[in-house]
Write a protein that binds this ligand. Structure first.
Ligand code: NZQ
Ligand code: ZN
Length: 389
């Protein structure tokens, strides 16, 4: 096991009715906040009214910034930064999924910086301070409610890039599984794929003697496998929603990383897809992850056998270890397909003519490698896009 620092300061407020505590929690930080949300789902579900009431009941003033799009855009981040600077706002409340939360985090960093916030995304500046952020989560997927990262798309060139810092972990995350009942099935499915991908990115490591985190990863994946199908039988299955929602936070708050080095190639390769084709991040991962696995499994066959046996219950009496590993990958693919996700580029109607461009963007024009488990070159990435056809 490697040395590690583990920080996860986010206060999780979990369960029925917890959204009504938002004003009470927010006022501990500020009486003047920026309230960030998406394209209106929170108005349809009635959550908006509850948030406004709770803020008003607690004498918290707010300015709204709505219109966050999935694969959130830099232009709205600039708008939020301007509002914060002009109005002396010192707290940001995000209500929604990963896109609203990531927009809030990027604004939080940019509001205390004199230069262009994009500097942080391209490594021109290091994050030294950020406004505090609070969250009400409405989609179990990205883990952004407690993660140290934010991912933003710059429309100028369609670059999708992330920042990482413990300073942008939210102060609190309010998580009521009932708020997820209104999710379209496709978003539930894409969210599930994202959660599973966050676990698998960590699972496939070259670090040895990481038994505890291996078992935690396997248990979290099994929780997903057992509970996600229940949401397709009954979207209002509270217990299944609760298991999946909590798994989503655990998958990406850093706990499963402790003492090991994750891979993250699939995420990087996927981000190029969602930047250009604007598909849901989780759907992109359902396509890329199995293709990545087929490309790299021989690098550590034992680990892929372990994945097949411990996560997917593949029968060890299979005589051929390679067949066991491949069966594990197939079961993952079947799982994604069964919840209605595309598992090939073709199924997502993505054309095959920009592989080179995406691989270039991913590897800084072929000068860098991607991933830790296997360090992939530009050529490898093109091969993986080809395997995903
Ligand atoms: O915009 P609204 O109207 O709210 O609708 C949203 C949006 O259309 C809708 N939705 C959310 N909650 C709902 C709901 N509809 C009905 N009922 C509800 N309860 O769902 C749609 C998708 O929302 P979005 O926030 O875009 O989805 P998600 O949470 O999957 O976020 C995806 C973004 O997060 C990034 C992704 O790359 C992508 O840009 N990621 C962020 C990470 C992080 N910060 O740690 C890590 C991830 O790996 C990921 O890269
Ligand atoms: Zn992800």
């Amino acid at each position: 096991m490697n040395n590690f620092d583990f920080v996860c300061p986010t206060k999780i407020i979990f369960g029925k009715g917890t959204e009504n505590r938002v004003g009470q929690e927010t006022k501990k930080y500020s009486k003047k906040v920026l309230f960030v949300y998406g394209s209106g789902s929170i108005k349809k579900t009635g959550l908006y009214d509850k948030v406004v009431k709770s803020l008003k009941d607690n004498d918290v003033d707010y300015i709204e910034l709505s219109g966050v799009k999935p694969n959130p855009r830099l232009s709205l981040v600039y708008e939020g930064i301007k509002i914060c600077k002009e109005n002396g706002i010192d707290f940001i409340l995000a209500v929604g999924g990963g896109s609203a939360i990531d927009t809030a985090k990027a604004i939080a960093v940019g509001a205390l910086y004199d230069g262009d916030v994009w500097d942080f995304f391209v490594g021109k500046a290091e994050i030294e301070k950020a406004l505090p952020v609070g969250v009400i989560l409405t989609l179990a997927a990205t883990g952004s409610e407690a993660s140290d990262s934010a991912v933003i798309t710059n429309e100028d060139g369609w670059y999708k890039k992330g920042i990482h810092s413990d300073l942008i972990r939210p102060q609190f995350a309010i998580m009521n599984p009932e708020l997820l009942y209104t999710l379209p099935q496709y978003q539930t499915a894409a969210g599930a794929a994202d959660i599973m991908a966050h676990i698998m990115e960590r699972y496939f490591t070259n670090v040895r003697n990481v038994d505890l985190t291996d078992r935690l990863c396997e248990a979290t994946l099994k929780t997903m496998i057992n509970n996600v199908p229940r949401l397709f039988e009954n979207p209002e299955d509270y217990d299944a929603r609760a298991e999946v929602m909590w798994a989503g936070t655990i998958a990406h708050n850093g706990l499963l990383d402790t003492g090991r080095i994750g891979d993250w190639a699939s995420h990087r390769i996927e981000h190029e897809l969602s930047a250009i084709y604007d598909i849901a991040h989780g759907a992109g991962l359902a396509i890329i992850f199995p293709a990545w696995m087929k490309y790299v499994y021989k690098h550590d066959l034992d680990r892929f056998v372990q994945f097949a046996v411990k996560v997917w219950d593949v029968d060890l009496t299979f005589t051929d270890r390679e067949a066991i590993a491949l069966e594990g990958i197939k079961r993952l693919e079947d799982f994604f397909r069964n919840i209605g996700l595309p598992v090939t580029l073709k199924e997502a109607n993505i054309p095959y003519d920009r592989f080179e461009e995406m691989a270039d963007k991913c590897t800084s024009n072929g000068t860098a490698t991607v991933g830790q488990f296997v360090k992939l070159t530009k050529e490898d990435i093109i091969n993986i896009y080809n395997l995903a056809k």
